[in-house]
Design a protein around this ligand. Structure first.
Ligand SMILES: *[C@@H]1O[C@H](CO)[C@@H](O)[C@H](O)[C@H]1NC(C)=O
Ligand SMILES: *[C@@H]1O[C@H](CO)[C@@H](O)[C@H](O)[C@H]1NC(C)=O
Ligand SMILES: *[C@@H]1O[C@H](CO)[C@@H](O)[C@H](O)[C@H]1NC(C)=O
Ligand SMILES: *[C@@H]1O[C@H](CO)[C@@H](O)[C@H](O)[C@H]1NC(C)=O
Ligand SMILES: *[C@@H]1O[C@H](CO)[C@@H](O)[C@H](O)[C@H]1NC(C)=O
Length: 613
């Protein structure tokens, strides 16, 4: 049995030390009612902004460099955005066309790409908190379907806009268009990407910025700063390799390089990303996004510590760190201060060996230059690499929430993540897949979950990995466990659609239910939409069942979701807003295309290609 070789080739070392962090001197105090009450000025050297500061939730004040916690009209960083958000009545509209072409981001040579509006990354979508976002997508590919998922967007009561082919929509056939419409009920930094098999690894990604308040002051917003692994073969080819490697018990192919803001230098050319003309003694906000297919990346700016102010779309109590680790799909907004000597400094992004990540061409670098710096590459020195795969331990949400633990012992569910044997090939070889509770997800593009709901058909195929919640407005709790004796003890970035989740705890080995719930965090736990399950360990999460829909929860490593690592939660199906409009015509066009499509579906349908034998 081929699985026996896996342990040797996949085992990776994990250091157990946590990321060193320290609170800035002028952090917030925590007051009555669990909300942050005192906000000290973080900056006196800066602009002439007239200031009021928000001290209580929903206070009325105006956003400015010295008052970033404020927003407007009674909304602020202290607003509980699950309960309340502005409705501006404004719609921001974008058009995205997906085309195939070539790209050469690091000078190593042209390769086929699938890009939105011919750009890599695609255009940044920018709106204000409370705006309606409307994006018309045209599929101008000739041989692939498509669909866009808006990562981290809650899609409250709008599940049909979540963009997951086979679950919330039929894929768009070549030539078809769809307009996605949803409200930005949260603010911060996120991204969109194709959720149709391999596409996002070939460049079909872009950033989303929703302007709103922030938990720390800054002068300038430098915007989105995507960091991604990059491969020279296409992700369709790599998906096959990754799957075949899994059959042989070896790791997926390493990335060729890392791109920062869409570029890097290779031995054959390319250019460093440059951020120039930084003014001395200002505070800059940089929105880091990990758009990788497989690789965790650690980011740092030489000599300039980061003050981290968000985890995904959640404002947090700011903390300062020299380096920050981003798992696939995760975002951190950071602030750095230009209080060092005028000059040029390297920003570094490196694949994290401790997260089982690696790339062939070493680390990526980009240049940050102060105004007046001499030209030439920086000579600055990197911070020490902490050498672990740990998320920061102090991701404390700015708005305090308590997770109700009363129903935990009765309602907690278990999900076991592991590789398993799904069958054998015609040659008698085992087919190894990634599974949740021994089932690898496999969606049907032509008949998505929402079609079953529309038809009131409850005969969901087993391979839908569908878990139904019958009741609304109670808490859902999950222990996601990688068995301690797994042959493949690697960390997985777990991402949930339709909700943020609260991270109640995580650890190595097997979760001990007998010591819970007291062993878990219930008061203001970390809240985000993507969190790392430690290799051979457990991750405990909770979320309120307050959003009717069919929500995918999956590992964001592209190869793993392709090979089945996902479940879907069906929540309050009787209260769901069913898709109308062009649902039927989208599905009809897809069915017509699928009948003769040149490349048949061979993976889970959610990400990369699965060669079944
Ligand atoms: C999508 O298009 C690429 C490039 O033409 C092809 O390699 C791949 O097999 C296609 N996949 C599907 C599922 O259509
Ligand atoms: C990233 O690249 C875009 C497009 O080239 C550019 O507009 C933006 O300023 C860059 N971001 C930073 C922080 O340098
Ligand atoms: C540099 O920044 C200053 C002040 O923000 C601005 O006036 C100037 O035009 C900028 N120069 C370049 C080359 O961007
Ligand atoms: C992106 O996430 C992947 C997978 O967790 C991780 O290996 C990689 O280091 C992350 N990249 C960054 C820049 O953090
Ligand atoms: C998954 O498997 C575990 C262990 O067999 C079991 O306790 C749990 O109930 C299963 N989860 C679901 C959602 O069926």
């Amino acid at each position: 049995m081929r699985l026996s070789t896996i342990a040797g080739t996949w085992l990776v070392a994990f250091a157990s030390q946590s990321v060193a962090v320290q609170l800035p001197e002028d952090h917030i105090a925590w007051g009555v009612g669990g909300k942050p009450v005192t906000l000290q000025r973080r900056q006196a050297t800066s602009t002439s902004a007239t200031a009021t500061t928000t001290k209580v939730a929903d206070s009325a004040c105006t956003n400015g460099p010295l008052t970033r916690t404020c927003w407007s009209n009674g909304y602020s960083a202290a607003t509980d955005f699950d309960a309340k958000w502005p409705t501006t009545g404004k719609t921001v509209s974008y058009s995205l066309t997906l085309t195939s072409g070539t790209c050469n981001p690091d000078g190593a040579g042209s390769r086929p790409c699938q890009l939105f509006n011919g750009q890599f990354p695609g255009p940044t979508i920018r709106a204000n908190w409370g705006d309606t976002i409307s994006v018309t997508l045209k599929n101008s590919l000739t041989t692939n379907g498509t669909g866009i998922h808006w990562h981290g967007i809650r899609q409250l009561n709008s599940v049909s806009q979540d963009g997951v082919p086979g679950i919330t929509e039929c894929p768009l056939a070549p030539g078809d268009t769809k307009t996605y419409t949803f409200q930005a009920t949260q603010f911060g930094t996120t991204w969109y990407h194709s959720h149709f098999s391999a596409q996002y690894g070939d460049g079909a990604t872009g950033a989303i910025i929703i302007d709103g308040p922030a938990s720390s002051n800054y002068d300038f917003d430098l915007g989105a700063y995507p960091v991604t692994d990059w491969y020279y073969p296409t992700s369709w080819q790599l998906g096959i390799q990754a799957h075949n490697n899994l059959q042989r018990g070896s790791a997926p192919p390493p990335a060729d390089t890392i791109l920062i803001n869409g570029t890097n230098v290779s031995p054959s050319g390319g250019a460093y990303a440059k951020t120039q003309n930084l003014t001395k003694n200002k505070k800059y906000r940089l929105r880091l996004i990990n758009m990788s297919a497989d690789n965790a990346i650690r980011v740092s700016l030489d000599n300039h510590p980061f003050t981290v102010i968000t985890s995904d779309l959640v404002p947090i109590k700011p903390f300062t760190t020299e380096t920050i680790l981003l798992a696939v799909g995760q975002r951190y907004d950071v602030i750095f201060q230009t209080n060092k000597a005028v000059g040029n400094y390297w920003l570094r992004a490196s694949a994290v060996a401790a997260c089982a990540s690696g790339n062939k061409n070493g680390n990526a670098q980009a240049i940050f230059s102060y105004a007046g710096a001499e030209s030439g590459n920086p000579t600055s020195t990197a911070y020490a690499d902490p050498g672990n795969c740990n998320e920061p331990t102090v991701l404390t949400p700015w708005v305090k929430n308590t997770v109700d633990q009363t129903a935990f012992m009765n309602q907690v569910g278990n999900l076991n993540i592991d590789i398993s044997v799904a069958g054998t090939t015609t040659n008698g070889q085992n087919i190894v897949v990634w599974s949740v509770n021994l089932t690898a997800i496999d969606v049907t593009w032509e008949k998505p979950t929402l079609q079953y709901i529309k038809d009131k058909n409850t005969n969901y195929p087993t391979a839908f990995n569908l878990i139904e919640f019958p009741v609304v407005n109670t808490w859902s709790y999950w222990i996601i466990q990688e068995p301690a004796n797994t042959r493949v003890p690697i960390p997985h970035p777990i991402h949930l659609h339709g909700h943020d989740f609260y991270v109640l705890g995580r650890g190595s080995g097997v979760f001990d239910k007998s010591t819970s719930p007291s062993s878990l965090t219930w008061e203001n736990p970390t809240r985000r939409d993507t969190a790392i399950l430690p290799g051979g360990g457990w991750l405990a999460i909770a979320f309120p069942m307050d959003n009717p829909g069919a929500w995918l929860m999956h590992c964001h490593i592209a190869w793993h979701v392709s090979d089945g690592l996902a479940v879907q939660f069906l929540e309050s199906k009787d209260k769901m807003n069913l898709p109308g409009g062009d649902w039927d015509s989208t599905c009809q066009k897809w069915a017509t295309f699928q009948a003769t499509m040149p490349y048949p579906k061979t993976d889970s349908g959610l990400k990369f290609l699965l060669e079944r034998d």
